[in-house]
Design a protein around this ligand. Structure first.
Ligand code: PXL
Length: 295
């Protein structure tokens, strides 16, 4: 993969996600995570909300019509990206627009790394807007990704298989990741993967090497908003900073877990969003170690 910037300049990522005002998730967590890793970040908001969806009746301003226009403006003005990642997309039109944006920034001279987090559901249930048509569009987008980060619900949906509850044995995790990489992505990361009742973590498949990695740690009960976004931003940021896939994957698991650990004593915070601010030094320290040493 050829990157445009020199070592002295920060790697630049474009992040396509919503901007939820109060409550921490999507752009408000991805931007600081990427910054801490030393990546410059451009944001393309899909919508502006007063809060994330864990609050009642958020004010919602849809920005679908501006998404492609924003990307076209960037392109006209010569902006270039080493990575583009997408998160929660709320309609078929938004999903198809992300595919167009991938194409817009791809030519014979450059091809940004594409990460798609196919946010569609959790715990065996798809979110309300996901029906057969939206899921089909998501499958088409996933085919264009380099890195795919589904949870188990999304993975089975993309494979058109009935949801299976865990624990999953390693053979099943590899089968699912391999089948998803047959769609096109070189890397598939399954979040919320677990092989027994006490541990939970993530599994990663590198298609080029036909290698899998599994990182598990003690399960912390509860649902923590925004952790999927934190995970994908850490993984893509690590890779853009030149870390190996294995190291970036490990860092994403460790950092997400640290965010949950510093939050777990505060039940309010689990709903509002994890206290990732207290865990950020872990990323700045790792980023510092990646800087070329100055004489
Ligand atoms: O983190 C995913 C996400 C994205 N966007 C909105 C959300 C959430 C999770 O709660 O509410 C609006």
């Amino acid at each position: 993969m050829q990157f445009l910037n020199t070592e002295e300049k920060p790697r630049r990522a474009a992040v396509i996600n919503d901007l939820s005002g109060a409550g921490k998730c999507s752009l408000t967590v991805m931007l600081p995570v990427l910054s801490a890793l030393g990546c410059e970040t451009s944001v393309l908001p899909t919508a502006v909300l007063s809060t994330h969806g864990g609050f009642k009746d958020p004010v919602y301003r849809d920005l679908t019509d501006d998404m492609l226009k924003t990307a076209q403006h960037w392109k006209r003005e010569g902006a270039a990206f080493e990575g583009i990642c997408s998160g929660y997309l709320s309609s078929r039109e938004q999903i198809d627009t992300v595919r167009e944006i991938f194409e817009l920034f791809t030519d014979e001279h450059s091809r940004p790394l594409r990460l798609v987090d196919p946010v569609m559901g959790d715990n065996g249930t798809l979110y309300g807007i996901f029906n057969k048509e939206t899921a089909q569009s998501m499958t088409r987008l996933c085919k264009k990704a380099d890195i795919l980060t589904p949870n188990m619900t999304e993975a089975y949906c993309l494979l058109h298989e009935p949801f299976k509850d865990g624990p999953y044995d390693e053979k099943e995790l590899k089968r699912v990741m391999k089948a998803l990489s047959d769609f096109g992505p070189k890397v598939v990361i399954l979040t919320g993967a677990y092989t027994d009742g006490e541990k939970i973590g993530a599994a990663c498949y590198d298609r080029e090497k036909d290698e899998t990695a599994l990182v598990l740690s003690d399960r912390v009960p509860g649902k923590y908003h925004g952790t999927g976004d934190i995970f994908s931003a850490t993984a893509v940021g690590g890779i853009m900073r030149g870390m190996s896939l294995k190291d970036a994957f490990r860092l994403a698991v460790d950092f997400t877990l640290r965010c949950i650990e510093v939050t777990r004593t505060d039940p309010q915070a689990a709903w509002y969003g994890v206290e990732f601010e207290r865990a950020l030094p872990m990323l700045t320290e790792r980023a510092k170690a990646l800087e070329p040493s100055t004489p």
